[in-house]
Write a protein that binds this ligand. Sequence first.
Ligand SMILES: C=C(O[C@@H]1C=C(C(=O)O)C=C[C@H]1O)C(=O)O
Length: 115
Amino acid sequence: MTLVKQPADCVSKTDIRTAIDALDEELLQLFARRQGYVRRMADLKQHPDEAFDHQRIETMVAALKDRAEELGLEGAQAEAVWRTLIDWNVAFEKRTIAARLEALQDEPTKPGSDF
Ligand SMILES: C=C(O[C@@H]1C=C(C(=O)O)C=C[C@H]1O)C(=O)O
């Protein structure tokens, strides 16, 4: 983890931007790690319709909003970020699963397996 100055210790725009850039790098690494699980989820789900799980999404977003507020962030900001992220992930899962199913259908019949 990169050490960054606390907000109150920053005395210039450069101090603040250095801290923000370092935190953004950490956030990116976390998003990339998170995406690894979404990729694996796309392997495990069987149909594109499974990509969007309404109940899971609403439960997550409600919990994230509450936690954001506890941490002093606006819940609406956390909600907007996560809904965008989840929308992308659902689209990713849908197209990944659809492409896998299509590839399976297009597979030439193996010799000896047609009866
Ligand atoms: C990862 C999943 O797939 C989708 C992506 C989600 C996410 O990015 O957190 C949440 C719900 C899903 O519709 C899941 O079903 O948990």
